[in-house]
Design a protein around this ligand. Sequence first.
Ligand code: P6P
Length: 339
Amino acid sequence: HAAEAQRTDLMTITRHVLNEQSRHPESRGDFTILLSHIVLGCKFVASAVNKAGLAKLIGLAGETNVQGEEQKKLDVLSNEVFVKALVSSGRTCVLVSEENEEAIFVDPALRGKYCVCFDPLDGSSNIDCGVSIGTIFGIYMIKDKDNVTLEDVLQPGTNMLAAGYCMYGSSCTLVLSTGNGVNGFTLDPSLGEFILTHPNIKIPKKGKIYSVNEGNAKNWDGPTAKFVEKCKYPQDGSSPKSLRYIGSMVADVHRTLLYGGIFLYPADQKSPNGKLRVLYEVFPMSFLMEQAGGQSFTGKQRALELAPAKLHDRSPIFLGSYDDVEEIKALYASESNNA
Ligand code: P6P
């Protein structure tokens, strides 16, 4: 009966968030409504991404489709879907998207109290070879929705209320935190619902995997080079770590969250601030890592304490298992002590 009860007691993402929100008596369901619109966007993108390969076969993606219309690239299409879903939720006043140079200020008649920063389809260069890609989002509250300015958006990650990602891979998995731990939901296509499959995710305290693009090794600074050297040639007699690098942040972070280890996108001589963007890649993934018991470091400070100066600012990032990040923090600390 327990198995039967479990099967019929579907914990959908909406029900789960409603349960969590009931902890905030003042909440009037605005966040739940906002989240349901983000979930709608993820469901749309999941179906479009799954057809992308097929579309490619029948000449739809990136070319003209059978109606002779120019088929939008998936990342542009995904962005339009998320912008429309977020605006129509009536719960947002300003949006920051990887695809839009400027912030999107919502029509005052449709404004709500939230700011959403998102990358609608991160890693989209990997679509044609079938590598998992994803949507990444972070949510802030805006003090005065009727007088929102850019300064309201450029907040440190410590002000983030919620963050998550949706990974479009062999299955469609949405990982979310509203500040009370991390939970994973898997899309059941037959129901069109995200069902709780990974309750209360905690990242292992230490991992056996490091994840970095070794092709940038000649440009790394001392501490990063030393850390990677230690992963490959440990001095304490432990076994070398395994290298796993997919090159799609959502996939690399999801594996790190579940298996443990460390993901690095360091600064290098070519890109002194690394490659990943603060507002919609570094902050949401750092928020999730901390909520899961891990940590996230920029080489200088706790990543969430960064205060972005511009919308598309970048930052180096070292995130993952608590003990692994401690090691790289020690290497940067000793470098600055010797400086
Ligand atoms: P590189 C994908 O283009 C992306 O933005 C992230 O998803 C990924 O982690 C990173 O860039 C990969 O960058 O320089 O290793 O190809």
